[in-house]
Design a protein around this ligand. Structure first.
Ligand code: PLP
Length: 406
């Protein structure tokens, strides 16, 4: 009974009429993609400089990842964890090799893997550290983004993120991002974990002060606290290292991955840790119907092979530096600060520049898709397969827009 809508305007109307209004997307309706490029329903081409919040680091429609998806889907898609499947073992071993942690717990979305880490940390606190029942505390940072569940928004410092969703889960202490003294003051005998994004993505590509992770490592080791890094957005090559915490040369006690773990083809996330932490989980404690399913496992293995064999981590480093050099030569008065680490750039605009949204809309008109984060920051995070020529192309679009609006 449904008629097939054709134009972008029809599709936008339909989505707005029947969909929940929990997003404010740019009005571009995409229908196909390849590499760093996406096309809308009217066949206009754009460069994707968001890469689905770094889920498509390997580029859209990567042929090897899509082949793994299709092949596995034809053979066996889902068993649940009630039975075993022939993809889960190879997946876990591969992730263990990649991350250097002995055990892997597969989930689907990032938020689920964060919840898994929180549950692991609490249970480790009770069983291993000896924290009294229901008293575990976890230290987190201001301006964090770890997902959207009730427990995760319970420790957000963003008013809108929390507004209307209480009552909240207790047991979290928020301290200013990168403030080691505040962390020390927040530690109690019941502290079980510190949870941190090694670089804050949603906050606008914020690198903590030099020495933050090293200092946290020291505090956590001294006080017997787990240091858990959320590398869902910062991991898998985005910052020019496989994992952002490698810049600090530390080893955390647990790590959360998602997004690019599947190269955008399928939701796959993991929490990884060593035996002392992961062994707190026993059968029936925790799980997910789709977690560790054969399609996700096969897709993730292909996505990791692409990152490694195509040297995308190295390319992120090189092209990120190219962006920085190019941006520094733009000299736009509206541009207050350029933050860059690897292929992750935050352009902080002056307060009087009229907000990042109008820049993103102007960039879209030039064929470059970016999304503002908060009011005054443009985030540039294209797929890591981007070439030098493509970086230069987007720098030209940026220069043109800064000139026109600025
Ligand atoms: C995106 C993101 C999450 C949440 O992942 P979802 O798959 O959207 O649930 C958690 N932490 C960080 C750092 C993220 O960027």
């Amino acid at each position: 009974m449904s008629t097939t809508p054709k134009t972008a305007a029809d599709l936008i109307r339909q989505e707005d009429r029947f969909g929940a209004h929990n997003y404010h997307p740019l009005d571009v309706v995409l229908s196909r993609a390849e590499g760093v490029w996406v096309w809308d329903v009217e066949d206009r081409r754009y460069m994707d400089c968001l890469a689905a919040y770094s889920a498509v680091n390997q580029g859209h429609n990567h042929p090897r990842i899509i082949a793994a998806l299709v092949e596995q889907a034809k053979k066996l898609a889902l068993t649940s964890r009630a039975f075993r499947n022939d993809q889960l073992g190879p997946f876990c071993e591969e992730i263990s090799r990649l991350t250097g942690f002995s055990r892997v717990l597969p989930m689907n979305t990032g938020a689920e893997a964060v919840e898994t880490a929180l549950k692991a940390a609490r249970k480790w606190g009770y069983q291993v550290k000896g924290v009294p029942r229901d008293r575990a505390e976890i230290i987190v940072f201001s301006d964090n983004f770890h997902g959207r569940t009730i427990s995760i928004v319970s420790f957000s410092s963003d008013e809108q993120t929390r507004d209307g969703f209480g009552p909240f889960t207790p047991g979290f202490t928020i301290v200013p991002f990168g403030d080691l003294d505040a962390v020390k003051r927040a530690v109690t005998a019941n502290t079980v974990a510190v949870l941190i994004e090694p670089v804050q993505g949603e906050a606008g590509i914020i690198v903590p002060p030099e020495g933050t992770l090293v200092g946290l490592r020291e505090i956590c080791s001294n006080e017997r606290i787990l240091l858990i890094v959320d590398e869902i957005q910062s991991g898998l090559g985005r910052t020019g290292k496989m994992f952002a915490h490698e810049h600090a040369g530390i080893r955390p006690d647990g790590m959360i991955l998602g997004k690019a773990l599947s190269g955008g083809a399928y939701p796959v996330s993991v929490f990884v840790a060593d035996d002392e932490v992961m062994d707190v989980f026993t059968p029936g404690d925790h799980g997910s119907t789709y977690g560790g399913n054969p399609v996700g496992a096969a897709v993730a293995r292909a996505a990791i092979r692409v990152l490694e064999e195509e040297k995308l981590v190295e390319n992120a480093q090189a092209q990120g530096e190219r962006y920085r050099a190019g941006l520094e030569s733009i000299h736009a008065p509206a541009l207050k600060e350029i933050r860059q680490i690897g292929l992750w750039v935050g352009l902080e605009l002056e307060e009087n520049a009229g907000g990042a949204r109008r820049y993103c809309e102007a960039l879209r008109n030039e064929g470059m898709l970016c999304k503002e984060t908060h009011t005054h920051t443009i985030r540039i995070a294209p797929p890591l397969v981007i070439t030098a020529e493509e970086v230069d192309w987007s720098l030209e679009a940026l220069a043109k827009v800064f000139k026109a609006l600025g």
